[in-house]
Design a protein around this ligand. Structure first.
Ligand SMILES: *Cc1c(COP(=O)(O)O)cnc(C)c1O
Length: 388
């Protein structure tokens, strides 16, 4: 691995392009080649986890990605996974034991919410939900068997931001492992290890890869914890295949360019829409009106490319608006180069009753927008004509 060019003395832009490179370059190749080989010649390994085999996450394509992902957030170690949910479930089940108790933020990403509320019980793991914006309420939920506190940098789809620095200190003071799903911010806007988090998780399907063409995940953080997770993960087998590793490494090189552009466009669109009479609310942490704006300003390098809006009209106006938009694609997922829109009430939150949904703030007219890298003026003009 190269020392120097991709190290922490350099900006995240440089690390995104160079960190973890194998030097000397393999056959001089400027782009890391794909090692499409399941197994590798034995070299006298004595530990099962050191045997070179694709499921054990140790092909050259895995090792370069691990070094690069760790360098992006200034962490000790990283592990890639076959999806964001493979990373999240792998990290939680890799560290928790039957009998443990976990504090999780309310308003979790749908898949994680289901995992915690439906599957934990089968493994004898208990949980309580906390409001990340209300630090005073956390200690009342601590139990002697509490081991982990699990939060998200921003929630889906209302992009709520809580007191994330206080979560990491609370974990430190109470001997808990702090875990955060940092997908929505990406390492360009927020690097959890800098704020004391033990484990940061990503759906690399989103910003890190950024091109809506693979599913992947990452676990980034303390070397001892990542090592424990890796050994269990090697047995459950949620490995990322070498070709997807190659695509992820390629996609990541432009992360800083993409995310900074998405930050700027999202803020401009949020400002424009917040002044429009057909829009009743804009949820975006970059707006002064957002309840988490001060925390976001203190912690983030950018406010991200995700926002959601509510229209003053009803379901018919929402349908018309979605139909009239020309540039955004109506599709799930987020973080790609294309602007995407979804109606959470009829997609991600379909499994909840209307009352549960409304209690979470997910109204019938709430529209989630994932800003792409199209021209800012084109996008704003398109939203304005669709709102007419
Ligand atoms: C998409 C997403 C996930 C799950 O990732 P997959 O790659 O789809 O498995 C987890 N957390 C957040 C915040 C997400 O947006």
């Amino acid at each position: 691995m190269s020392e120097g060019v991709g190290d922490m003395d350099n900006s995240i832009d440089t690390r995104l392009v160079h960190a973890g490179e194998i030097i000397p370059r393999i056959e001089g190749a400027v782009s890391m080649p794909i090692f499409q080989s399941a197994n590798f010649e034995s070299a006298g390994e004595t530990d099962y986890n050191d045997v070179r085999y694709a499921r054990l996450n140790n092909t050259p394509n895995h090792l370069v990605l691990h070094a690069r992902l760790a360098a992006l957030e200034g962490a000790e170690a990283a592990l890639v996974a076959a999806s964001g949910m493979a990373a999240i479930s792998g990290a939680l089940f890799g560290l928790l034991e039957s009998g443990d108790h976990v504090l999780v933020s309310d308003g979790l990403y749908g898949g994680t919410h289901e995992l915690v509320t439906r599957d934990f019980e089968r493994y004898g793991i208990k949980y309580d939900m906390i409001d990340v914006a209300d630090p005073g309420s956390w200690s009342g939920k601590l139990r002697p068997e509490t081991r982990v506190v699990y939060v998200e940098t921003m929630t889906n789809p209302l992009v709520k931001v809580g007191d994330l620095a206080a979560v990491a200190s609370f974990a430190g003071e109470n001997g808990l492992i702090s875990m955060i799903d940092n997908t929505f911010a990406s390492p360009v806007n927020f690097r959890p290890p800098e704020h004391g988090y033990d484990i940061s998780l990503h759906s690399c399907t989103k910003y890190l890869n950024g091109h809506s063409d693979i599913v992947a995940g990452a676990i980034i953080g303390r070397a001892d914890l990542v090592d424990t997770i890796r050994k269990r993960f090697n047995l459950t087998g949620g490995t990322l295949d070498p070709h997807a590793c190659f695509l992820l490494l390629r996609g990541m090189k432009t992360l800083a360019l993409r995310v900074r552009r998405q930050n700027t466009t999202a803020l401009a669109l949020a400002r424009t829409l917040s002044e429009h009479p057909a829009v009743s609310r804009v949820h975006y942490p970059g707006l002064e009106s957002h309840p988490g704006h001060e925390w976001a300003t203190a912690m983030f390098d950018g406010f991200g490319g995700m926002l959601s809006i509510e229209l003053t009209g009803g379901a018919r106006e929402v349908d018309r608006f979605m139909e009239r938009l020309r540039i955004p694609i109506v599709a799930p997922s987020l973080g790609g180069v294309e602007t995407l829109i979804t109606l959470p009430a009829t997609t991600s939150h379909l499994g909840l009753s209307r009352e549960e949904r409304l209690a979470m703030g997910v109204t019938d007219t709430l529209i989630r927008i994932s800003i792409g890298i199209e021209g800012e003026d084109d996008l704003i003009a398109d939203f304005l004509q669709a709102l007419e």
